[in-house]
Write a protein that binds this ligand. Structure first.
Ligand code: SF4
Ligand code: SF4
Length: 493
């Protein structure tokens, strides 16, 4: 059946809440989605080239650039462009990376066609994986050399592709993506970003009994199991476009919305504690990943821990960590002491900041809901308004390689990247402040004075985060030779 016969777009546009419907983009989805697999196949080959190619490339010399050495190009593509910019792109184009480009999700979906089609066990569906994955990936990003070592990078992608294929084979059904829905560490973070994004696939008709129906149902049209007729969040939407006019009962449209609109109504948009913990942990953990490289207090901490181990004859802590953590190729010889102290240092920042934000959010929630029963909803809502700061923290953390290459290969002055990072951080903070203001304003029965105090506490929270991040933005404390090699300010001869 020609696609135009199924589409009754003109009949339902510009009716009330549908006025921001992006019909042109819907048509584009419908016309092109059958070719998405071609784009994904090209992306797969590109991933293969950039992850396997450096194994056969020479180790870069100090005069090499991303244009003359494949290893440097691969590092720039993966850690300078792909990760950080994919996160940022979600605000403007939703998870187009997932729906259109990502070869990993496509592979997992394709393998599922031939697989065992087992039911997904409940432990897999546990929401808490978001936090566990985020903490593990962020800490490994600092302690493992996979980012720089071609062998480590190739192995990392090999393991991840194999795991995604295995998950697809065991749990995948026709067209479903259990890997994307439950496991992918990147996808989970992209899902949180999409909460503040400008695009939304949502039902064209509003159901009155939505709260009585399950939010997710397996084996439907949606690869991530949304119960499409009542879809109310973007958290697990991979923007594949399959639901757009594909079936009359699952009529979703693509809508433009104000950035942050979903978090304003988070109470009815599937809020969960795992996301909240992630939002509270992210600014401190990501800052810790910067600060250990530039603050003397890390060196003091490492010396104190190392001294304790020496005094107690625990010499094994000074052995080289395993090859997964410490790469011989790049002359990076982390000991177990390094790995342990970096990990605990980052966790310390993450936990302390999360506790501080939780405490101050509790005070604000108590002020706004005094003598009422919706304290928890208010606390949750306040946390969600901090998504911009949480995500920008991660993006700034991930874009280090991008700025290094700007400096070294494009000769962009050092202070330009300081300015860009500072503007991005300040913009995220202002955005969170505006969202929080609008959230507090909605408590109409609360007095202006109380709201004012509540808002001052939010400003204090943001001020503390700014104080925490500022040294990381200005950057560059004393660097060891190992750290300079790690950042490619020098390369091993
Ligand atoms: S969720 Fe992960 S694997 Fe799936 S499409 Fe998105 S980035 Fe790729
Ligand atoms: S709701 Fe499901 S089918 Fe529709 S775009 Fe999102 S992931 Fe794809």
């Amino acid at each position: 059946m020609p696609s135009s016969e199924r589409i009754e777009i003109r009949d339902i546009t510009n009716q009330g809440f549908q006025k921001h419907r992006l019909i042109g983009l819907e048509r584009l989805y419908i016309k092109t989605r059958k070719y998405f697999y071609l784009v994904q196949a090209v992306m797969f080959l590109l991933f293969l080239y950039l992850s396997i190619g450096p194994l056969y490339a020479p180790i870069p010399k100090s005069h090499d650039t991303i244009f003359s050495n494949l290893t440097l190009l691969s590092q720039f593509a993966f850690w300078g462009i792909w990760y950080g910019f994919t996160l940022l792109s979600v605000i403007f184009v939703g998870r187009l990376w997932c729906g259109l480009l990502c070869p990993l999700g496509a592979l997992s979906e394709w393998v599922g066609k031939f697989g065992l089609k087992k039911a997904t066990p409940s432990w897999v569906k546990w929401n808490g994986w978001l936090v566990i994955m985020f903490v593990v990936v962020t800490i490994l990003g600092q302690t493992m050399d996979v980012r720089d070592d071609p062998k480590g990078l190739a192995l990392l992608f090999l393991y991840i592709f194999a795991l995604a294929a295995l998950i697809g084979f065991v749990f995948g059904k026709k067209g479903s993506r259990p890997w994307c829905r439950y496991f992918c560490p990147i996808g989970k973070i992209l899902g949180v970003v999409s909460r503040i994004g400008m695009l939304d696939f949502r039902p064209n008709k509003q159901r009155t009994n939505a709260d009585k129906l399950p939010e997710y149902i397996e084996s439907g049209l949606c690869p991530t199991d949304y119960n499409l007729s009542i879809k109310s969040s973007t958290l697990n939407c991979i923007a594949c476009g399959k639901c757009v006019h594909a079936k009359p009962k699952a009529m979703l449209g693509l809508y433009l919305r104000k950035p942050g609109e979903e978090v304003k109504q988070i109470k009815s948009r599937g809020a969960n504690w795992s996301e909240i913990l992630f939002i509270l942990l992210a600014p401190g953990l990501a800052a810790g990943g910067f600060l250990w490289t530039i603050l003397n207090n890390y060196t003091d901490y490492r010396n104190a821990v190392g001294g304790y181990f020496l005094d107690n004859n625990m010499l094994s802590w000074f052995n080289h960590a395993s090859q997964l953590v410490s790469s011989q190729t790049w002359n990076q010889h982390y000991s177990w002491l390094d790995v342990t102290t970096i990990t605990t240092y980052m966790l310390f920042y993450g936990v302390v900041i999360a506790l501080f934000l939780s405490l101050s959010n509790s005070v604000v929630a108590k002020l706004l809901t005094y003598n009422r029963a919706d304290f928890i909803d208010c606390f949750k809502g306040l946390a969600y308004q901090f998504i911009p700061i949480a995500i920008l923290s991660i993006i700034i953390g991930l874009c280090g390689k991008f700025f290094q290459v700007l400096n070294s290969d494009f000769h962009v002055p050092n202070n330009v990247d300081v300015w860009i990072k500072a503007i991005m951080l300040l913009a995220s903070m202002i955005w969170s402040l505006i969202l929080s203001y609008q959230f507090i304003k909605n408590y109409k029965e609360v007095s202006v004075a109380t709201k004012f105090i509540a808002y001052l506490i939010i400003i204090l929270n943001v001020g503390v985060l700014l104080y925490l991040w500022w040294p990381a933005i200005l950057g560059q404390g004393p660097m060891s030779e190992v750290e300079m090699i790690r950042k490619h300010l020098i390369v091993p001869s």
